[in-house]
Design a protein around this ligand. Structure first.
Ligand code: IFM
Length: 455
């Protein structure tokens, strides 16, 4: 998409939401405090060999204790919105039953304080930390998880729903399904095709059923869900590579989008997923969305590989490509391409970029100063693409950077830093990076600052 080079005029309406995102297990720590139950990530991260360097979320950013200080950072940043997730095992330690009073009180105070500092809470109900007690009963692969999730969601919203309007049901169910149940690199660490198909379908069913349930309880909540979408690029124009790209697009992008908005699974995965389906499920899944959350970091490259299990192989970025510390290709144009594509799939549903950001090997200077110019450039180029998509007519209502703080990056542990704020894990000292100042300026002016204009 052609870039808007005149950055002095803003395409962003005054109502545009600028925010930052975090997730409970990645920042809270305090895993055994305040009555919190065990989650699948506690178990997974303490299983030898599962997370780089044996890292785990026991302390993380100690946000459970330092939350007031962290909310002050939001105030300094000037964002209008903060997306955080509720830890299901903090709310309901065994996954169902009685609400843990200390758990609900924690989020109650958090939401109250956000109100006091004028930052709108965007609450995500599930960012991967399933109560271990439910995993032991089959987790997402067992159909009764749909009802458990609905109960949990309703219970959270009964307490917080008088102050929280924007609710995301799930963050990246595609990662939960594929990384957690098929590739085994995320909790619960399964490599089981049947569990993958069942979990994928039950995540969708839980989305539809809970959208309907919450909507019937309160018409004023703005209900959405979040999927990580990435354009898929075939290695060549060959028919085999095109088929591999179609399968990957279905598994990553289509599986959680198509049933929600179109009422069916993508052709390439339908047969597998329909094995987990019961009569009437697709009707239950297809519910209206008030907004759709799109997380985007990069794009995927794929080639056919008849020798591999699924007949495809994910390719490394080309040698000349710029990459982040995750090894992900920096491809800002993927954002505008994906926005146009998502809007076509979604119809009139407004889109919010609920995550975008990059990990770099930030090295603090004296006094921990972090000059993360590469992150600033990454963000600048993506926001320019966002602006171009807006000007091309895509209905994007907001943009959230991942992440406010450096945090626990799942199986990669703490070495991958995505934050606008540097966290010194030894002391828990927070130090805003150059990207923090750059983003604060963007939020304040509504105009994309040149990277060089901020130091
Ligand atoms: O850290 C994760 C986040 O939890 C979900 N989306 C992608 C981020 C970066 O990998």
């Amino acid at each position: 998409m052609p870039r808007v080079m005149d950055t002095r005029r803003s395409a962003f309406p005054a109502t545009f939401t600028w925010g930052v995102s975090t997730a409970a297990y990645q920042i809270e720590g305090a895993v055994a405090e305040g009555g919190r139950g065990e989650s699948i990530w506690d178990v997974f991260s303490h299983t030898p060999g599962k997370v780089a360097r044996g890292d785990h979320g026991d302390v993380a950013c100690d946000h459970y204790h330092l939350w007031r200080e962290d909310l002050e950072l939001l105030r300094e940043l000037g964002v209008g919105a903060y997306r955080f997730s509720v830890a299901w095992p903090r709310w309901l330690p065994n996954g169902s039953g009685r609400v843990n009073p200390a758990g609900s009180a924690f989020y109650d105070r958090l939401v109250d304080r956000l109100g006091e500092i004028g930052v709108e809470p965007w609450l995500c109900l599930y960012h991967w930390d399933l109560p271990q007690a439910l995993q032991e009963r089959g987790g997402w692969a067992a159909r009764d998880i749909v009802d458990h999730f609905g109960e949990y969601a309703a219970s959270v919203m009964q307490v917080l729903g008088d102050r929280v309007q924007h609710v995301a049901l799930f963050n990246e169910p595609n990662a939960v399904g594929l990384l957690g149940h098929l590739l085994g690199v995320h909790a619960p660490g399964l490599t089981d095709l049947h569990a993958y198909a069942a979990a994928t379908h039950h995540l969708n069913l839980a989305t539809g059923a809970t959208l309907a349930r919450l909507r019937s309880e309160h018409g004023g909540w703005r209900l959405g869900t979040i999927v990580n979408l990435q354009p898929v690029v075939a290695a060549s124009g060959s028919e085999q590579d095109a088929l591999a790209a179609e399968l990957l697009d279905a598994a990553w992008n289509g599986n959680h989008l198509d049933p929600l908005v179109r009422g069916h699974y993508p052709a390439a995965t339908a047969q597998l997923l329909e094995g987990a389906m019961e009569h009437g499920d697709l009707e239950r899944i297809q519910q209206p969305l008030d907004w759709f959350g799109l997380n985007l970091y990069s794009q995927l490259r794929v080639a056919a590989d008849p020798a591999s299990l699924f007949g495809l192989q994910l390719l490394e970025p080309p040698e000349e490509a710029e990459t982040t510390a995750m090894g992900w290709e920096v491809a800002p144009e993927a954002l505008s391409r994906q926005l146009v594509d998502a809007q076509a799939r979604l119809g009139a549903v407004p889109i919010v970029i609920t995550e975008n950001g990059a990990a770099y090997r930030d090295s603090p200077g004296p006094d921990l100063e972090v000059d993360d110019l590469r992150r600033v450039r990454y963000l600048e180029r993506h926001v320019l693409e966002l602006e171009a998509a807006l000007q091309a007519g895509v209905d994007v209502r907001g943009y959230f950077v991942w992440s406010l703080l450096d945090n626990f990056e799942w199986h990669e542990g703490y070495a991958k830093r995505f934050g606008l704020v540097y966290v010194d894990y030894a002391t828990q000292r927070r130090v805003p990076k150059r990207s923090f100042r750059w983003y604060a300026k963007l939020v304040r002016d509504g105009i994309i600052p040149a990277a060089a204009d901020v130091d």
